[in-house]
Design a protein around this ligand. Structure first.
Ligand SMILES: [Mg+2]
Length: 124
């Protein structure tokens, strides 16, 4: 399965990438939402996107809205990643079309737990 990591912070992308590669996923990366929209054609149903909320060019919320506006991408799972855990912010992300919400700072177990919640087939 494939994953797309969208984050303007390279260190953040590296942490997620290491965990996902360990789980035998094929990993694509983008540094903002605009670039990510150019890559989503390479994903299929059941693939997963980890998207940071705060980014230049196109932020995570607007990226998710753009993604969900296209029915071809309905079956791609999306995890919003952010430092802000306010319930109202979580709700905004879910209403925009995120499937899950991951708080920074996160660790490997938190990423795995989210993938399990999303029913992603995980290599142990
Ligand atoms: Mg950011």
């Amino acid at each position: 399965m494939r994953a797309l990591i969208v984050d303007d912070s390279r260190p953040s992308r590296i942490v997620v990438r290491m965990v996902l590669k360990d789980l035998q996923m094929e990993v694509l990366e983008a540094e903002n939402g605009r670039r990510a929209l150019e890559l989503v054609d390479q994903l299929g149903p059941g693939d997963v996107i980890f998207v940071d909320w705060n980014m230049p060019a196109l932020n995570g919320l607007d990226f998710i809205r753009a993604l969900r506006a296209d029915p071809r991408y309905n079956e791609i799972r999306v995890v919003m990643v952010t430092v802000n855990g306010d319930q109202s912010e979580v709700n905004r992300a879910l209403e925009a079309g995120a499937n899950e919400y991951l708080m920074k700072p996160f660790d490997r177990e938190m990423i795995k737990a989210k993938l399990q919640l999303l029913d992603c087939p995980l290599a142990s």
